[in-house]
Design a protein around this ligand. Structure first.
Ligand SMILES: Cc1cc2nc3c(=O)[nH]c(=O)nc-3n(C[C@H](O)[C@H](O)[C@H](O)COP(=O)(O)OP(=O)(O)OC[C@H]3O[C@@H](n4cnc5c(N)ncnc54)[C@H](O)[C@@H]3O)c2cc1C
Ligand SMILES: NC(=O)c1ccc[n+]([C@@H]2O[C@H](COP(=O)([O-])OP(=O)(O)OC[C@H]3O[C@@H](n4cnc5c(N)ncnc54)[C@H](O)[C@@H]3O)[C@@H](O)[C@H]2O)c1
Length: 466
């Protein structure tokens, strides 16, 4: 069979959050773009990640708000909502839409055959620039017996038609805990088994608030329990942890992190270095092959849709305009969408103290100090602001709508704004957003209210004023 050939400016491999952003941006600015997707357009976020998980959480929240208890029909209704939400968003990420924009979409798995060529199903594509945006998949750890029992990952979880009676979850990261709360509220018994600390990458004070709520809802969360062996069959699964304790449940979800999708790409044929974390990139997101960029989950810099989208913007600048744009990562927020939500940006308290020592000041305001939170009965949680020389270097928020409330600080940290910008902004009363302004105000209060010099100055001015 003779190979057909395509020559293009930019070839994007992977049609998920990152790849689609590059393709849409580049084609609309005049570049010739080929996009190769091996499975579903929209990638993990749309099909197996953010969208289904948030759709399921919203249904679970509604059951909780109703006062429960969950009925069998709630689970099927929730899964129907998951499917409907994906179907509503899917046209935006579809082959048709991208072809309409002028992108040449090829369906199949791509692999490199040389430094400037990839091949997919009998087509050889030569491009001036390549973008690897192949994302990640659930990491399945080499736990004894795991391959012999039926287990779910994020790729199969949303296919369930009935609520599991007792769901065991290995891993208490964002995936494990979001899905624990969703399933508990929809009627399952849930046990989460975590080898280290639950939400271990987050501020421990904030993680505690989330864990208290989850435990209060009846979710069993076992920490410092490394899983060593799994056995059993559908409906009767046993998970044994270090020390010998065995947890028994009907279903099993594995959520212990992600593995980058690099295996099918034949990266070595193109001289592209990679490790267990993904494609190795420099600050400009270029691989060891200067024609090839990597973005999103496969670039090993973090695993968020908004990060993949940000990466896309950075490389578009350098690929299209030849501008040497660098990616930074200190201004990328993340949110765990449990109730209460946990949002964070920049340095944690611990990291800020380590980096800045005595220069950092920490300002914590509870939701209970905010009138709107009192009115809503949403007084659980706090904001913690880490400030250095008048600027925010990190913010953690745990509580109602934390993911929304982090936005002004995302703006501030991305643009190097001072805290005076937030303290000097008028926030509508009564809103939860006032908590961000109160934290910035707390930075200035001691300087204004506890200063002898300010007091002296005010007294002097008062004597002179007519
Ligand atoms: C359960 C869950 C919940 C999540 N929730 C959130 C959230 O709330 N907020 C958030 O920001 N992030 C969330 N994430 C993370 C988010 O989904 C990812 O960070 C995001 O999808 C990464 O985008 P990407 O473009 O790097 O990869 P993907 O979106 O995964 O896209 C990669 C695409 O490449 C294709 N592909 C792979 N190999 C090849 C090949 N050789 N040739 C052609 N195509 C190929 C794949 O089929 C896939 O479509 C969640 C993830 C999971 C699993
Ligand atoms: N809301 C969001 O933005 C969101 C939601 C879901 C996922 N994500 C992204 O996906 C990534 C992956 O999420 P995740 O929750 O799978 O991974 P994670 O790495 O965040 O958490 C996995 C947890 O599993 C534990 N673990 C590992 N091996 C174990 C073992 N043998 N026994 C017991 N515990 C074990 C780890 O200690 C860790 O706490 C996240 O880091 C995030 O970037 C984001």
């Amino acid at each position: 069979m003779s190979m057909s050939k395509i020559k293009t400016d930019i070839c994007v491999i992977g049609g998920g959050s990152g790849g689609l952003s590059v393709a849409a941006g580049a084609v609309q600015m005049g570049a010739r773009v080929v996009l190769i997707e091996g499975h579903k357009m929209g990638g993990d976020c749309l099909n197996y990640g953010c969208v289904p998980s948030k759709a399921l959480l919203s249904q679970a929240k509604a059951v909780k708000a109703r006062g429960g208890p969950a009925r069998a029909a709630d689970f099927s209704a929730a899964m129907a909502h998951v499917k409907a939400t994906i179907a509503t968003i899917a046209p935006h990420d579809s082959v048709e839409r991208f072809e309409g924009l002028g992108v040449q979409v090829i369906q199949g798995f791509a692999r490199f055959t040389s430094a400037d060529t990839v091949e997919v199903d009998g087509v050889a594509i030569t491009a001036r620039r390549f973008v690897i945006a192949t994302g990640s998949r659930a990491f399945v750890p080499p736990i004894k017996g795991l391959e012999d029992v039926p287990y779910m990952t994020n790729e199969t979880l949303f296919e369930q038609s009935e609520c599991p009676s007792h769901l065991l979850i290995i891993g208490a990261g964002p995936i494990g805990l979001e899905m624990a709360q969703a399933h508990r509220r929809l009627g399952a018994r849930v046990t989460v088994i975590e080898g280290a600390a639950a939400l271990g990458r987050d501020d421990p004070d904030a993680a505690r608030v989330v864990l208290e709520q989850l435990r209060g809802e009846g979710i069993e969360i076992v920490e410092q329990a490394q899983v060593e062996q799994v056995s059993g069959r559908a409906g009767a699964i046993e998970v044994q942890v270090k020390g010998g304790t065995i947890f028994v449940g009907t279903h099993l979800l594995v959520a212990v992190g992600r593995a980058p999708n690099v295996e099918r790409l034949d990266l070595d044929k193109a001289g592209i270095r990679h490790t267990k974390a993904g494609v190795t990139v420099d600050a400009r997101l270029r691989s060891s092959n200067r024609r090839v960029h990597a973005i999103g989950d496969v670039a090993g810099q973090g695993q968020f849709t908004h990060l993949a989208g940000y990466h896309a913007g950075v490389i578009i600048r350098s690929m299209l305009f030849g501008l040497p744009a660098k990616a930074r990562h200190d201004h990328i927020p993340h949110v765990t969408f449990t109730e209460p939500e946990l949002a964070h940006i920049g340095l944690t308290e611990q990291a800020a103290r380590k980096q800045y020592g005595g220069q950092v000041s920490i300002h914590k305001i509870g939701y209970d100090q905010i009138d709107r939170a009192q009115a809503e009965g949403a007084t659980t949680g706090f904001i913690k602001l880490m400030a250095v020389r008048g600027r925010p270097v990190g913010v953690t928020i745990v509580g109602a709508q934390a993911g929304e409330l982090i936005a002004p600080y995302a703006l501030a940290i991305a643009n190097n704004l001072k805290l005076s910008a937030i303290a000097g902004t008028v926030f509508p009363y009564p809103t939860l957003a006032e908590i961000g302004k109160r934290a910035a105000g707390a930075y200035f209060s001691p300087k204004l209210f506890d200063s002898i010099n300010v007091k002296r100055f005010v007294r002097m001015v008062q004597r002179w004023l007519p």
